[in-house]
Design a protein around this ligand. Structure first.
Ligand code: IPM
Ligand code: MG
Length: 372
């Protein structure tokens, strides 16, 4: 297969982790006889410094001319610390999500058997945890009007959702649940927010077309508590943009490190793949960032294009690294392995085999996790 892949390494540790994922994709090309081309583009703070904007026309064109986008991370302390900044790196990411027409951000949360002890949760609580978050990523408070009064004393952010925006991701989430354990949890705050009440109405109506899927509706405050007390009860989680951002970081540490969780954003056409973590500026250039979330995002990319064996081969190599403790210090504080070592190990251990390593080879693109 030929694929044009746009690489947007972005800020902080982005370039380091994307480089490791590319090593793995190159190994896949060689072993499975594919031809991928990679073209790098600027985004985020890096782009602001070079072009004045967080997402240039050139990068937009690169992404729309490509089959998929592999994204690293965005954000920089200079901007985080400047509350009055006129332009922000993150707005490049929001604009890109819009340009690509992606609306469903799929974040599988599973526990690697070898890492059970790394989780802040007890093994007994953790066992069996395997859920996937469907986060609406195109709308809500992320894209509503923001206002600050002239005297700087009053501010507002508008959270708006249309029925269409809710129903398109809801159908995807129900379809994923049908192929999994047939449970969908809608997370909202419908005791307070009008948008949440609209979500509930739309989701309940759509649920009637999926009678074999059990629908549960939870308020966000209760849901985040239950995710800690009983994470294995969740199967597919459906939620709006901001709640999805927050609970996915919570979900990630359940598995032992935020550096492990990949994501896929899909929608009307193009798809984008990115680790769920941020730019981790403190680690930039230190060769300590965990590349696994980005490598698994590349595995989701392969899966998205129907390259199932190839995707499995990447996930198997990741499992091998975890099993052999070839990991970065976020997983093993005493580890002498860096970002590059872990990337090299995984890339060189990608082999054409159907050997299973506790893997669940279901469709990642439909939100099924690959790791059990
Ligand atoms: C994520 C990130 C982004 C988001 C940030 C960097 C703007 O936290 O993808 O989860 O909030 O969407
Ligand atoms: Mg986030």
């Amino acid at each position: 297969m030929e694929l044009k892949i746009a690489l947007l390494p972005g800020d902080g540790i982005g370039p380091e982790v994307v480089a490791q994922a590319v090593k793995c994709l190159r190994a896949i090309e060689e072993i499975f006889n594919h031809k991928f081309t990679y073209t790098e583009g600027l985004i985020g703070a890096t782009s602001i410094y070079q072009t004045g904007v967080p997402l240039s026309e050139e990068t937009i064109k690169l992404c729309s001319d490509s089959d998929a986008v592999l994204f690293g991370a965005i954000g920089s302390p200079e901007f985080d610390d400047d509350l009055d900044a006129k332009v922000r790196p993150e707005s490049g990411l929001f604009q890109l999500r819009k340009e690509l027409g992606v609306f469903a951000n799929i974040r599988p949360v599973a526990v690697f058997p070898t890492l059970l002890k790394k989780s802040p949760l007890k093994e007994s609580v953790l066992r069996g945890t395997d859920f996937v978050i469907y986060r609406e990523i195109s709308s809500g408070i992320y894209s509503g009007d923001r206002k600050l009064s002239k005297d700087g004393t009053t501010a507002s952010d508008l959270c708006e959702y249309s029925e269409k925006e809710i129903s398109r991701i809801t159908h995807l989430a129900f379809k994923a649940a049908k192929k999994r354990r047939k449970k969908l949890t809608l997370i909202d705050k419908s005791n307070v927010l009008e948008t949440s009440r609209l979500w509930r109405r739309v989701v309940k109506r759509i649920a009637e077309s999926y009678p074999d899927v059990e629908l549960e509706c939870l308020f966000i405050d209760n849901a985040i508590m239950q995710m800690i007390l009983n994470p294995s009860k969740f199967d597919v989680i459906l939620t709006e943009n901001l709640f999805g951002d927050i609970i996915s970081d919570e979900g990630s540490v359940i598995g032992g490190s935020i550096g492990l969780l990949p994501s896929a954003s899909i929608g009307e056409g193009k798809a984008m793949f990115e680790p769920i973590h941020g730019s981790y500026p403190q680690a930039k250039g230190k060769d300590i960032a965990n590349p696994i979330a980005t490598i698994l995002s590349a595995a989701m990319l392969l899966q998205h294009f129907g390259l199932e064996e190839e995707s499995r081969a990447v996930v198997s190599a990741v499992n091998k690294a975890l099993k052999k403790n070839i990991v970065t210090p976020d997983i093993n504080i005493k580890s002498k392995f860096g970002t590059n070592d872990v990337g090299d190990f995984i890339a060189t251990n990608i082999v054409d085999t159907d050997e299973t390593l506790n893997m669940n080879y279901e469709n990642i693109g439909l939100g099924k996790s690959t790791i059990i």
